[in-house]
Design a protein. Structure first.
Length: 241
């Protein structure tokens, strides 16, 4: 049993901080359970929870429902984007990227996407819902609508590990053009919250993207919901002349 004149919750906070600072618990590691910490410091679960909640609020820890408390990873920050796929963007930053295909089918392009995009010449799209992981942590849920004339080959590829745009360019000879992006506070479906392991009321960052080829034909559009604790979008501002 560890004893100290400090309040127990502060002692527990210092203990957790020390284990992280020393490298005993690294970013992404699961820390000791609440019951184990309670036994170690001879205190109640309420006291342990107070200590952990403080460190969650301070951004040092994060909780995952049903799994425990983890040392929080750093937020990934991006600036102005070039026209490239999710996998290429994050792998170029040295991150490990994997995906889980939740759904893939043929369905009408939603009215929301049709109204948002500048130029649309297809009504039915190949739809993919993918849970995207960065460094083995759920980063976002991506709802992608593909022009069927240009992406009929997707059913033959393993998109859980391969980049959609890299395949399109390098294997199928597609030439990418420009695109547009819209960013707002997300109102994700409950099913997306469950996939991201966040509360249904927790806000996300929604990024809507439309991509064109070199002939200025809309080839894909997607709506992606990012976890707010894992992703930031940075814009550099310059002084007006």
């Amino acid at each position: 049993m560890i004893q100290s004149e400090k309040p127990k919750y502060m002692v527990i906070k210092d203990y957790i901080r020390a284990n992280i600072s020393s490298g005993l618990w690294r970013k992404g590691d699961l820390i000791a359970s609440e019951s184990k910490l309670g036994q170690q410091f001879d205190t109640s679960r309420i006291t342990v929870v107070r200590a952990i909640n403080d460190l969650v609020s301070e951004g040092l820890l994060r909780r995952e429902k049903g799994k425990g408390t983890f040392v929080k990873e750093g937020v990934i920050r991006e600036g102005v984007l070039q026209q490239q796929g999710f996998t290429s963007r994050f792998e170029s930053g040295g991150h490990k990227v994997t995906s889980k295909i939740v759904t893939m089918d043929m369905r009408p392009l939603p009215i929301e996407m049709r109204n948002k995009c500048h130029r649309v010449d297809f009504e039915d799209a190949i739809y993919m819902e993918r849970l995207r992981y960065v460094n083995d942590i759920p980063m976002c849920v991506q709802h992608t609508y593909l022009h069927p004339d240009y992406f009929s080959w997707v059913y033959q590829e393993d998109l859980s590990k391969d980049s959609l745009y890299a395949l399109a360019e390098n294997k199928y000879g597609m030439v990418l053009g420009d695109g547009y992006q819209y960013i707002k506070v997300g109102d994700q479906p409950v099913s997306d919250s469950e996939l991201l392991q966040i509360a249904s009321h927790e806000p996300t960052l929604q990024v809507i993207t439309e991509a064109y080829n070199d002939k200025n034909v809309l080839i894909s559009c997607d709506s992606t919901f990012y976890r707010k604790d894992r992703y930031e979008f940075e814009i550099e501002m310059t002084k007006a002349s």
